[in-house]
Design a protein around this ligand. Sequence first.
Ligand SMILES: Cc1ncc(C[n+]2csc(CCOP(=O)(O)OP(=O)(O)O)c2C)c(N)n1
Ligand SMILES: [Mg+2]
Length: 331
Amino acid sequence: MAGTYPSSAEPLGRDELLDCYRKMRTIREFEERLHVEFARGDIPGFVHLYAGEEASAVGIMHHLLDGDRIASTHRGHGHCIAKGVDVVAMMKEIYGKIGGSCNGKGGSMHIADLSKGMLGANGIVGAGAPLICGAALAAKFRGKGEVGITFMGDGASNQGTVLESMNLAAVWNLPMIFVVENNGYAEATSRDYATAADSYVDRAAGFGIPGVTVDGIDFFAVHEAAGEVIRRAREGGGPSLLECKLVRFYGHFEGDAQTYRAPGELEDIRANRDCLIAFAARVTESGVIRQAELDAIDQEVLTLIDRAVDEAKAAPLPTAADLLTDVYVKY
Ligand SMILES: Cc1ncc(C[n+]2csc(CCOP(=O)(O)OP(=O)(O)O)c2C)c(N)n1
Ligand SMILES: [Mg+2]
């Protein structure tokens, strides 16, 4: 979003609620469609879907402006959409086409848009944290109240890069947030099998960083907690950690047989842990939004995703002459 920083204490107005729903629905449809299109075999490389985790990306990013920088993960489409990256350009990028966010050179795992403060998805697990230390240090020197956010999974949270970055962020009192999107798995390894401590908040405390855990299915819980830690960072209060407990609706990557899931697990999370269903129930039951308004957004989003896929398929592939463009920095 653009404009002045929204206050975390302010309740969300109707337009903001509709905007957040649209972003969450856009992420969901983008991912559901990619699931289908990837199976057709036209999309090069690996694809990791974010479906199920939408409340985290949108609940956090609603507080950010373009000047706030984020570093994403291998599961980055939702972060990009929530940060305002153009959906058609993203789809072209995933198809490896000219006109994609990186002109087809990056693909799903390297979508970036510096104009939106989206420093990039990243195939290196845990690599975003040190990048955001740099971005947050620059923001601190600029003194305009900008923040940096690094997203990571529960698996990435165990990387040395993340722990070193927590130390640096605390020592330098950086305006940055460590967001742990805890979906319970790192590839096929369950979180509890691979991670010693139960609490990420306790871990952050070991570095002198305050933290909070929220139900990442609950958009409103994420939004409120994110507002608080982002406000603290903007006001010079330093880094925080935010753990969002959530679920992923698909496998680790497209093609994952998910034999490590418990019987009925996927059906259960689809039925009982869907952040979009929870959001819709909350805003319609309170009477703020009518179901028909949400249905209309659903239709508009479907049309957008259809157009994105059509344009991506029709766009040209880079040629041999494009080999060295958009790859190296020009000084
Ligand atoms: C440094 C590094 N180690 C290992 C891998 C292989 N790898 C890719 S994704 C992944 C699991 C990440 O799990 P998590 O951080 O929980 O994120 P999620 O996939 O659950 O969103 C691993 C081990 C990698 N890409 N980079
Ligand atoms: Mg995980």
